[in-house]
Design a protein around this ligand. Structure first.
Ligand code: MTE
Ligand code: MOS
Length: 816
């Protein structure tokens, strides 16, 4: 056990406690950035001047009519920018663009006394723009070779030789959709400038340091002139890793130019039409299996739909490549990544950060090929699991592969799968119009930022004379429970009750140069830093206690708020007393903590290295029932076993697992982003720009039975108090619902047919999958080689192409 991971006796970490703000959340007392507006005097409101064309050159921008609107104070345009006119770090995102790159792109902002005046002002601004050809979908972009950014290449083994020796080779194509974050709190910023010109911006941001940097470069000032604070976010999910910067910069620019506070909050339509989403991808693949259904080769090209600018598309594609293997050993692999440039919002981080997009490719392949291999999907998946000693295609040894096995076995046992699979078979035999299926899928997800430098964090801990403790760390709270965990870490390290510790909001003037709270590594990184800061102070307090007790510091323990010697008879000193004594002995009672993850290296050119500290594992089994008349479905039961190491906060972790699963199920089954692809003037318009047309998971889609268990005996040596990251990995447990839907649709047809399922598998898509299955002829296609299941295509583009077998041998009987 490492010093980092070892827990003292009676640790506060590991206790099931509610989220630190739970009561504030449910009573409505929790303050979010925009709630501060009511407390801010003379605030101006910012409103965007959006251009409703997908691609165009701005030929005229005349703000003067807006100034005649009562209440309008100023119109911000490119001429107002004293520094760099760019909202990103790649310098491809002009804050005030002269070229409209997506439908609804804002080109100017109006400031007014009221939001309504700002809105009317924005409508009065005259903008003329000459249309340019617009690329809306990823296939058009591929055909036109419209790409941006790096094109990573990952290779291991000898792929061509792998295909030579493969008993079965299939190839296919798959296009799958992105996802709207739909955080409850839309993007918001509130900026002030003080008498010294010091800029203070409150922002709903996952990355305060980068928000600070971008405000500074827009204003042409230094980072020390700008402070960014994030109280909390009403959800981020990756959508606030990059996107908030430009809005914060607009507010800051408005505040510096007018001397008044400026508030910018997007309404839901603006947030949905202006901010980036999860990347949809296009994948082309060729896969080889041996006689027993073991993967021998994979050749794939993944193209992310990046939207109009790079944003985080490059690291998203890297993570997709790093997860194309999921939990499976593939000896020979070649995968290429590309980023399409399209006239859409600039797609960005979203829970899983490309990991889900890589993993869905292999899960889709296994789901489609299992029937063609005549192996049931559970057997096929389980047979291909990594074993000890193997490494990923990018060269990282797979540590703890046995945890995927343990989670799988536990799901099979506690989910009562053997009995339920029989029950499902019986049900399907007896019911013609509804069918059930259970899908079981694993998750292996790499934890750490791919870019090694980001894996560092800081903290600032104060112990006040009265014994109360205030902690600050570089991470942000977006509902995931990071602050709760950090309070528990501090209390554990000091050996004091939780009630003694308070946490102050995240600010760049407390902890500088922070990384985004992202990649699920918030608790690992900031937990390491908080622990380090607390240990420095504790070290000094142990000296003080040792002197008072007349023993060696090594023999002093601080537990439950009391210092004492190891002997039974030792005197006890209360924490408060100890702190007071330390103060009078002039002992420093505050410390800055720092943590860097050890042992990481990554060569992005070679696409090789050990970018991850460890892998998080999980397995889910989902049972669905599909209605053959409508394609409507219900999730009857979900069983999950997930590896969070030794949990820092079990209640929080279970919440993350449940939430992650449901959000993943939303992506894969309900949430359907549609852009206008017609040639009308509305080309490029997001058609699904409200909750009325964009279907989110809600209570009615919750699984009827939802069992979540944390994998036991899962200590992680390399992380704070033996824990593992939990934020993103559970999202990918939702592949089990997609695979269950595929299997249930297949059950409407003859035995052994391969069903293609679009993503999202909406009821409509499932209906067509059912039709596909119904029209397949009994076994015919299997003997003659796939595809034999080509249904009459309802809408030619609605379905991805079918896998084709290039040389299909006699089917292999399934082996348990
Ligand atoms: N949980 C809630 N409630 N709200 C969120 O916005 N974001 C997710 C995940 N869980 C999110 C969440 C994403 S995308 C990440 S990367 C992690 O939380 C970030 O927090 P962590 O690093 O502290 O786990
Ligand atoms: Mo999460 S997508 O890394 O913010």
């Amino acid at each position: 056990m490492s010093a980092l991971s070892e827990r003292p006796a009676n640790p506060v970490v590991g206790e099931s406690i509610p989220h630190e703000s739970a009561s504030l959340h449910v009573t409505g007392l929790a303050l979010y950035t925009d709630d501060l507006v009511g407390r801010t005097k003379d605030c101006l409101h910012a409103y965007p001047v959006q251009v409703f064309q997908a691609h165009a050159t701005v030929t005229r921008l005349d703000p003067t009519p807006a100034l005649d609107v009562p209440g309008v104070v100023r119109v911000l345009t490119a001429e107002d920018v004293p520094g760099v006119n760019d909202a990103g770090i790649k310098h491809d995102e002009p804050l005030f663009p002269s070229e409209v790159c997506y439908f609804g792109h804002p080109v100017a902002w109006v400031l007014a006394d009221t939001l309504e005046a700002a809105r009317l002002g924005a409508a009065a601004v005259v903008v003329e723009a000459d249309p340019l050809p617009a690329m809306i979908n990823v296939k058009e972009a591929i055909a036109a070779k419209s790409f941006q950014g790096a094109q990573p290449h990952m290779e291991r083994g000898d792929v061509d030789a792998g295909f030579e020796e493969a008993a079965h080779v299939f190839s296919g194509e798959f296009e799958f959709a992105g996802q709207e974050h739909f955080y409850l709190e839309t993007n918001a910023a509130l900026a002030h400038v003080d008498e010294n010109g010091q800029v203070f911006v409150q922002s709903s941001t996952q990355h305060p340091s980068e928000t600070q940097e971008i405000i500074a470069h827009v204003l042409g000032v230094h980072s020390h002139d700008v402070t960014v604070q994030c109280l909390r976010m009403g959800g981020g999910f990756g959508g606030k890793e990059m996107q908030p910067h430009g809005y914060a910069a607009i507010a800051a620019l408005g505040a510096t130019l007018t001397g008044r506070p400026v508030r910018l909050r997007l309404n839901r339509t603006q947030d949905m039409t202006m901010t980036g989403k999860r990347h949809g991808f296009h994948a082309e693949w060729r896969v080889g299996f041996d006689r027993d259904g073991r993967l021998v080769a994979l050749d794939a090209t993944l193209t992310a739909d990046g939207g109009w600018s790079l944003d985080l598309s490059e690291p998203v594609v890297s993570r997709a490549l790093c997860h194309v293997d999921n939990a499976y050993w593939i000896p020979n692999v070649r995968v290429n990544g590309r980023i399409a440039k399209t006239n859409k919002t600039s797609q960005t981080a979203f829970r899983g950060f490309g990991g889900p997009q890589g993993m869905i490719v292999i899960e889709d392949i296994l789901g489609r090929c299992a029937p063609l291999l005549r192996v049931d999907p559970m057997t096929l998946r389980r047979r291909n699991f990594y074993v000890k000693g193997q490494s990923t295609p990018y060269g990282q040894p797979v540590r703890h592969p046995e945890r995927a096995v343990a989670a799988w076995d536990q799901v099979v046992a506690t989910g009562d799968l053997n009995r339920r699979l029989e029950e499902v078979a019986r049900y399907n035999a007896e019911h013609e119009d509804t069918k059930r299926a259970i899908g079981v899928t694993p998750v292996k997800f790499g934890i750490s930022f791919n870019l090694t430098a980001f894996n560092q964090a800081g903290a600032l801990v104060h112990v006040y004379k009265d014994g109360s403790v205030l902690i600050n760390h570089g991470g942000t709270e977006m509902g995931q429970g990071l602050h709760t965990k950090m309070l528990q870490v501090a209390a554990t390290t000091f050996g004091i009750p939780l009630s003694k510790v308070r946490l102050a909001p995240t600010r760049t003037d407390k902890v500088p140069n922070t990384s985004a709270t992202a990649a699920s590594s918030g608790a690992d990184l900031n937990g390491g830093a908080v622990k380090n800061a607390c240990e420095q102070i504790k070290e000094r307090l142990l000296q003080v206690a040792a002197t008072s007790l007349g023993i060696s510091p090594a023999d002093v323990r601080i537990e439950d708020g009391e210092a004492h010697g190891v002997a039974y008879t030792s005197a006890r000193i209360s924490w408060d007393e100890l702190v007071k004594t330390a103060y009078f002995r002039r002992v420093q009672l505050f410390a800055a903590g720092y943590y860097r993850t050890e042992g990481l290296h990554w060569d992005s050119q070679l696409f090789q290295g050990e970018p991850f500290k460890y892998f998080a594992y999980g397995v889910a089994a989902t049972e669905v029932e599909v209605d053959g008349f409508t394609g409507a479905y219900r999730t009857r039961r979900v069983d999950i076993v997930h590896d969070v190491g030794d949990s820092l906060s079990p209640l929080v972790d279970i919440g993350q697992i449940e939430g992650g699963y449901v959000q993943g199920a939303g992506w894969l089954t309900l949430e359907d982003l549609r852009w206008d692809e017609s040639d009308r003037p509305s080309r490029g318009r997001l058609a699904t720009q409200a909750a009325s047309t964009y279907k989110l998971p809600s209570f009615s889609e919750m699984p009827e039975v939802f069992n979540v268990a944390l994998l036991q005996q899962a200590h992680e040596d390399g992380a704070v108090y033996g824990s593992k990251a939990v934020g993103e990995p559970p999202l990918m447990l939702a592949f089990s619902v997609r695979e269950a839907l595929r299997q249930a649709a297949a059950a409407f047809g003859p035995v052994g047919i391969s069903v293609d399922l679009p993503s999202p598998a909406t009821p409509e898509a499932v209906y067509w999958a059912v039709e596909q299955a119904r029209r397949a002829t009994e076994h015919g296609h299997v003997q003659e080689g796939f595809p034999g299941v080509v249904p009459e295509q309802p809408g030619a583009d609605a379905h991805p192409a079918h896998p084709t077998s290039e040389h299909y041998e006699k089917p292999v009987p399934a082996r348990a």
